[in-house]
Design a protein around this ligand. Structure first.
Ligand SMILES: [Cu+2]
Length: 321
């Protein structure tokens, strides 16, 4: 990272490993004008049942409202095995001419370590200066206008807002998973484990997800094989056959976020708070690091304003069975 190219941007704030746009604006906007005849990705059926949601893990963040563990019952639902890829999102845009929030606003947030050394000066997020506001960054140009996704068709689409994700869902006849559906899916049928595969982050020294190794944020050793996002299906699936439920990119969920959500929620198919400022994001990203933010656990929670976008936020779709 080049400190001399940093100007601090006081308007916004950094949350966890992802920066936020101020709440407001198109906050409640959902797209209702697109058709529902799009390509529906092949989804995985999660049978009706109960699971224990949340954790009191000592490594967790109680202030995020990760606990207490509580029993939740869900009807059967379907969920995508991977996050939506650039190829899938491109088909949606070709069919609908959807313009993303980042394209409308003219910028999005890029991790400084992924910018070319000769990238022009960028504004940094004050509380998280490794995030740079890059003009022209969007899903087609993840590191700004000079970059492209020509060799990233199987990568997660990124720089998509919650609003963009909901528009994709409407087109494809799907919806975002609720936070409870997401966590049930991420657990892969294993009760109260820390990760989708168990409690050991690197069983027998094997990397099971794309997160940050090294000295955050200066030096990513890429021991897991990746510095930035990786193609979907790069790591083994969980017990439900779902890929990259943790690491790689944050995933938007349907719910409004509240740290008190679990105390107020129904044990039967909870839908989250009825209102709020930020939407839930789950799963962590390639920037999560145990020294700074270990939100790559299945119970970890984060949130962002519905207009926010960054190079580490994507989504996967779901559907009621
Ligand atoms: Cu994080």
């Amino acid at each position: 990272m080049n400190a001399s190219s940093t100007r601090f941007w006081p308007v916004t704030d950094g949350h966890c490993c992802a920066p936020s746009r101020p709440a407001g604006g198109t906050r409640d906007q959902t797209s209702s004008t697109v058709s529902t005849t799009g390509d529906v990705p092949e989804l995985v059926r999660i049978p009706a049942g109960e699971f224990v949601m949340g954790t009191d893990d000592a490594e967790g963040y109680p202030e995020d409202g990760e606990g207490p563990p509580h029993l939740v019952a869900l009807p059967a639902y379907d969920i995508a095995p991977t996050t939506v890829t650039n190829a899938e999102f491109a088909r949606f845009v070709a069919a609908t001419n959807h313009v993303t929030t980042a394209e409308t606003l003219g910028s999005s947030f890029v991790f400084a370590g992924l910018l070319a050394d000769d990238h022009p000066p960028t504004r940094a997020v004050r509380s998280a200066p490794w995030w740079r506001e890059v003009e022209g960054a969007c899903w087609r140009h993840p590191e700004g206008p000079e970059s492209d996704i020509d060799d990233r068709s199987d990568h997660p689409v990124v720089h998509v807002s919650w609003t963009d994700a909901v528009a994709f869902c409407a087109w494809s006849g799907t919806r975002l998973p609720t936070e409870a559906e997401w966590e049930c899916a991420a657990r892969g049928g294993i009760a109260q484990a820390r990760y989708p595969w168990g409690d050991d982050r690197e069983p027998e020294g094997r990397h099971m997800m794309n997160v940050f190794q090294g000295q955050f944020p200066e030096q990513n050793t890429g021991d897991d094989g990746w510095i930035g996002p990786c193609p979907v299906r790069s790591f083994p699936p969980n017990g439900f056959g779902l890929y990259e439920m943790t690491g790689n990119v944050w995933e938007w969920c349907a719910d409004w976020f509240s740290p008190h959500a679990y105390a107020l929620s129904s044990p039967l198919n909870p839908q989250g708070p009825s209102t709020g400022e930020n939407r839930v994001m789950r799963g962590g990203s390639y920037l999560c690091h145990d020294s700074y933010c270990n939100r790559y656990r299945v119970a970890a929670r984060s949130a962002n304003s519905p207009d926010s976008s960054a190079g580490n936020i994507g989504f996967r779709v779901a559907r009621s069975a």
